[in-house]
Write a protein that binds this ligand. Structure first.
Ligand code: AMP
Length: 249
């Protein structure tokens, strides 16, 4: 059974992002970029399924600029078998990503695609759902536990106020939530081995996919600055403020 794991190169989660002066987006020049944290979780889950003898091959896929090869090498060093880069310097929105992944699924015929539940840069939380719709495959989003047996995946999902367990028939789409697992670190020997693993490079044109953006970003602004707090003298002053200023009691 083949598993495809899409991995996105995003601004590292430790970086404090800054809005560009022209408000067209966030500053990306000289910023540390890493694999989207939810995608590290999906790579880990795919490796666990391979270690359990359920999966036979893991293919990591990234869509974006040439440097996405670094993200793919990280996935290979963690344990993916081969990688595909769909190279483009154009903006690729979730629908276009889903269409490109569909084209790859049609070529590779995976039984499972495990995506992150969302990319931490645009926070869209759309690609997995759109891919499921385009493929007409079942989906289990926000997975916090996955087991696969006899062509069926049992997935525990994080939902409002609790957990839900569903069964979906493969081929299917799963999106990974935070509590699914703790991703492993790539060891030095595996980083070295990953350099020799195969990486194919293709383009949206070669896959016959139109990636023209459908959404227009009007402007990006910083969140409002937090106002400083005050230290109240005593409980009476606190109650007074809650009653008369905040008007919450
Ligand atoms: P989003 O819908 O943008 O929040 O992204 C959800 C998931 O889709 C991510 O966690 C990735 O698994 C996948 N994805 C989104 N964009 C890309 C991309 N450019 N390359 C590879 N995978 C992507």
């Amino acid at each position: 059974m083949k598993i495809i794991v899409p991995v996105k190169r995003v601004v590292d989660y430790n970086v404090k992002v800054r809005v560009k002066a022209d408000q067209s987006g966030v500053e990306l020049a000289n910023i540390k970029m890493s694999m989207n944290p939810f995608d590290e979780i999906s790579v880990e889950e795919a490796i666990k399924l391979k270690e359990a003898g359920v999966a036979t091959e893991i293919i990591a896929v990234s869509i974006g600029v040439t440097q996405c090869q670094e993200t793919l090498r990280t996935a290979l060093a963690m344990g993916a078998d081969r990688a595909i880069l769909v190279e483009t310097s154009a903006e690729v929105q979730p629908l276009a990503v889903a269409k490109l992944l569909k084209a790859i699924c049609e070529k590779e015929s995976p039984q499972l695609v495990i995506l992150g539940k969302q990319a931490i840069d645009d926070d869209s939380n759309q690609t997995g759902q759109m891919l499921a719709a385009l493929m007409n495959w079942p989906q289990a989003t926000f997975a916090s536990k996955v087991s696969v047996d006899a062509g069926i995946a049992e997935v525990m999902r994080e939902i409002d106020g609790g957990m839900e367990t569903i069964e979906i028939k493969l081929p299917a789409i799963i999106t990974a939530d935070l509590r699914l697992n703790t991703p492993r670190y790539a060891t030095l020997p595996n980083i070295m081995k990953a350099k020799k693993k195969p990486m194919d490079v293709t383009t949206p044109e070669a896959l016959g996919v139109d990636i023209t953006p459908r959404l227009k970003t009007l402007k990006v602004v910083e969140p409002p600055k937090r106002k400083g707090g005050v230290i109240v003298a005593d409980v009476a002053a606190l109650v007074d403020k809650l009653k008369n200023e905040a008007k919450v009691i």
